[in-house]
Design a protein around this ligand. Structure first.
Ligand SMILES: [Zn+2]
Length: 107
């Protein structure tokens, strides 16, 4: 199982799922219903780590799924987690600032 797409907007994630399903790629959305709960538990103002994430079940089809999503969503799909240069925490691609120390994401 590999997450190939994540977005704060669950509508976009749902659209991405429909793209993969129409191509016959088995996938599911992680965190679809736990977002609010996660935020209250962790105390984050916004926890991108709990954003809905589209996951592909079959590892052999991950690249195919990424290529399909790239056609629809552009380079967002290419972004992966980044490591904060200041505190070495890993951050989801959708974070512009480190969740731990608020340093800006390096280019
Ligand atoms: Zn940091």
């Amino acid at each position: 199982m590999t997450a190939v797409f994540t977005d704060q907007d669950s509508t976009r994630v749902g659209y991405a799922r429909s793209i993969l399903e129409s191509a016959g790629i088995a996938c599911f959305i992680r965190n679809e219903s736990t977002q609010t709960l996660g935020i209250s538990l962790l105390g984050y103002s916004h926890a991108a780590i709990l954003d809905p994430a589209l996951c592909v079940v079959d590892e052999e089809r991950v690249e195919e799924a990424r290529a399909l999503l790239r056609e629809h969503f552009g380079p967002q799909v290419e972004k992966t987690e980044w490591i904060c240069p200041k505190c070495n925490e890993s951050n989801p691609a959708s974070f512009d600032l480190c969740w731990n120390c608020q340093s800006a994401q390096p280019e």
